[in-house]
Design a protein around this ligand. Sequence first.
Ligand SMILES: C[S@@+](CC[C@H](N)C(=O)[O-])C[C@H]1O[C@@H](n2cnc3c(N)ncnc32)[C@H](O)[C@@H]1O
Length: 225
Amino acid sequence: MSIPTRFLRHPLRTGAIAASSAHLADALTEPLTLGLADVIVELGPGTGVVTEFVLRRMRPGARFVAIELDPVLADSLRTRFAGRRVEVLTAPAAALPDLVDAPVDAVVSGLPWTCMSRPDRYATLNAIGAALAEHGAFTTFAYGHAAWTPPARELTGRLAEQFTHVTRSPLIWRNTPPAFVHYASHPRRNVRGRRPDDGMDETAGTDGTDGTDGRIEARTLTPEA
Ligand SMILES: C[S@@+](CC[C@H](N)C(=O)[O-])C[C@H]1O[C@@H](n2cnc3c(N)ncnc32)[C@H](O)[C@@H]1O
């Protein structure tokens, strides 16, 4: 199973025409000091490029959960990593706090933020903030060519609001397309879970609300294969 194949079938859900390169996977996992983490979560593992780096860097006793929405990719990850120390769950990333109850030390994300609906983006960021331990850290990537788009700029702004330390890597050219890594740590506990503020997203409710009810979305989904 490959990312280009899944992109042709579900372009918005997949959000990329190619899997991340080893250079990007390295940059996503290196800042997280995974060797010290007890609980690690990967969101949107796809075909497992980043998963492989996490497995190499984590310590043997740690818990590692990978949450993938696409059931076909999730099944193929279970086959690829059978016998390795990763639990693959088929679920939306926004359900994270319901799926992993221990405080999470590190979250690494391959989610296609700019293709997600605004309520989904907010629910997922809120879920990450809620699941992370006080010292917890989070990395995610963004494509350089899309950095100017409103969803990408909104993501950058939300990270600064939600976390005490936020940095961004230089552009990693050895990836298709070139991308950079956002690193965010120490979630602010005094920031309330936010909801989309204009209520006019494409998935907004017909009553003029944003359709999320302001809560973390923890849907039970049977995603289309
Ligand atoms: C851009 S691909 C990245 C794949 C892989 N991490 C990599 O770097 O090559 C995005 C992945 O996120 C998954 N995904 C999209 N929305 C998701 C969601 N809400 N929850 C969990 N996974 C999601 C897609 O199915 C896809 O596997």
